[in-house]
Design a protein around this ligand. Structure first.
Ligand code: PLP
Length: 225
């Protein structure tokens, strides 16, 4: 199926989720995660009108960037090795995976302007997932104060892979509550307005719980079916 057709379906689902909880769909930024697909397919997504693209590896980002350049806003959503920061730093609009001080130091050092970062939280404490625990998050964010080139725009999480909707919803809700706690600190370097949560399998729930950015791969740009 063409991306344009899938996009219509996804937009409709976004609208329905927003309607349920009285939100304006304009508050939800749709990021097409192109990590599994070809450069051509990523271009197709951009041409279909999706202005935000997400990649989780530096080489994948660079390959697609070499064709699409800075026409889309690029989102780096994967685990970021410190030594890879310099490859992507001047190409991305957002980094969704800030999860440690050494990474913050490197971003701060390599950037020539303020980089919009989201702090990745492992709400569900899964071994397999990166990110800070909810308990560590506030302290971590406060420790970012000295870094002039880092702005904490929000929080990011991945929900556990489960069919139990309540577990997924609780995870998203906890991230939203954590955002409130950060906002209550009134830190000028951490406005923390964004909630990056929701993927192909769970984005309607994430939107109901307040997501401002959804990261959708398979359901939006998947090349099968
Ligand atoms: C791959 C990935 C996604 C998109 O996953 P889908 O299930 O294909 O929508 C979203 N967020 C992150 C961090 C990812 O790595």
């Amino acid at each position: 199926m063409r991306v344009a057709a899938k996009l219509e379906q996804i937009k409709q689902q976004i609208n329905e989720a927003c309607l349920k909880v009285n939100r304006n769909p304009d508050e939800v930024k749709l990021i097409a995660v192109t990590k599994y697909v070809s450069i051509d397919r990523a271009s197709e997504a951009f041409e279909a009108g999706i202005k935000n693209l997400g990649e989780n590896r530096d080489d994948g980002l660079l390959a697609k960037w070499s064709v699409l350049r800075d026409k889309p806003d690029w989102h780096f959503i994967g685990t970021l090795q410190t030594r890879k920061v310099k490859n992507i730093i001047d190409k991305v609009e957002y980094i969704h995976s800030l999860d440690r001080l050494s990474l913050a130091e490197e971003i701060n050092k390599r950037a020539d302007h303020k980089i919009k970062c989201l702090v990745q939280v492992n709400v569900s404490h899964e071994e397999s997932k990166h990110g800070l625990s909810a308990e560590e998050t506030i302290k971590f964010i406060e420790s970012l104060r000295p870094f002039d080139n880092i702005s904490v725009e929000g929080l990011m999480t991945m929900a556990p892979l489960t069919k139990d909707e309540q577990i997924v919803r609780d995870c998203f809700r906890k991230l939203r509550e954590l955002r409130t706690q950060v906002q209550d600190r009134n830190l000028d370097f951490a406005p923390c307005t964004e909630l990056s949560m929701g993927m192909s399998g769970d984005f309607p729930i994430a939107i109901e719980e307040g997501a401002t950015m959804v990261r959708i791969g398979t359901a939006l740009v998947g090349e099968d079916g």
